[in-house]
Write a protein that binds this ligand. Structure first.
Ligand code: DGL
Length: 273
């Protein structure tokens, strides 16, 4: 049987916040990370464009021997995952699997809220897709979901401006709009894998007692359980503890920024799609 690394994908750097937690919980596997930085951000793009870009990247992972690919990007999970799972995978290879970050998060979100009022912060694409309210309603029909798109946050983070006074302005603005929607919100989900980099600023602008959740640990825990439940897939994942990083844009820029997200120095290779 051919074994290969687990693929982890994001439009840019955000997926590294998820990869970090996955490697922490499952260090024995090999991982291949791809950031499509040349075409980021995805958050403002149409369904069709996000789907085409994501499919192209998924096919690249398959060509590199991955049997399992994690879309560590909410926008791609919201706009491309279902079509890839239902229409493309049956034609490409029935053994390969692509998983996203929305399902694992919505499965557990109810355990964090006492008031049954949850706030979602995401890109325009994620919010407009309605994926979170739809998925949360399946697991927790009593939970009320309030959403707020934060279109400036990914550009601020991708441009390394997330510690600046300019970032304060945009964080305060979007947090205010979310919290205005209901005084009951006691749990806020960062439904974009870039946003954990703004965690400190977000904490400054919320009343005490509101929990702010990022997805990395949740997704990593869910992958761990998935591999236990699917030994046939686990057997296809190689285990040498190796990591490779690819970007569709400049490797120099990627290596300079990536450690902010991954917490360690990263050395990437270029991929021309
Ligand atoms: N990190 C991606 C997410 O989780 C989005 C970034 C983008 O807009 O490209 O949604």
């Amino acid at each position: 049987m051919n074994k290969g690394p687990i693929g982890v994908f994001d439009s840019g750097y955000g997926g590294l916040t998820v990869l970090k937690e996955i490697v922490d919980q499952l260090p024995q596997y090999d991982y291949l990370y791809l950031g499509d930085n040349a075409r980021a951000p995805y958050g403002t793009r149409s369904f069709e464009t996000v789907y085409q870009y994501t499919l192209e990247c998924v096919q690249w992972f398959f060509s590199q021997g991955c049997s399992l690919v994690i879309l560590a990007c909410n926008t791609a999970s919201a706009k491309a995952l279902r079509t890839i799972q239902q229409n493309d995978l049956p034609k490409i290879d029935t053994i390969k699997r692509v998983l996203g970050v929305i399902r694992p998060t919505t499965e557990v979100i109810g355990s964090f809220s006492k008031t049954n009022a949850v706030g979602i912060l995401g890109t325009n694409g994620t919010v407009q897709s309605g994926s979170y309210p739809i998925e949360i309603a399946k697991f927790y029909p009593n939970i009320k979901v309030y959403q707020q798109a934060c279109p400036m946050w990914v550009p601020l983070i991708e441009n390394n401006e997330h510690q600046s006074a300019g970032a304060d302005y945009f964080v305060q603005k979007e947090m205010g709009k979310l919290l205005q929607q209901s005084p009951d919100i006691d749990t806020i989900l960062l439904a974009c894998t870039h946003y954990p980099l703004l965690m400190n600023k977000i904490q400054q602008f919320i009343p005490q007692g509101i929990k702010v959740l990022s997805q990395g640990k949740i997704v990593a825990g869910s992958l761990k359980e998935y591999l236990i439940r699917h030994p046939e897939m686990e057997a296809r994942c190689s285990k040498n503890g190796q990591l490779s990083f690819f970007t569709t844009d400049s490797t120099e820029d990627f290596d300079n920024h990536a450690s902010n997200f991954y917490g360690k120095p990263v050395k990437s290779s270029h991929l021309q799609l």
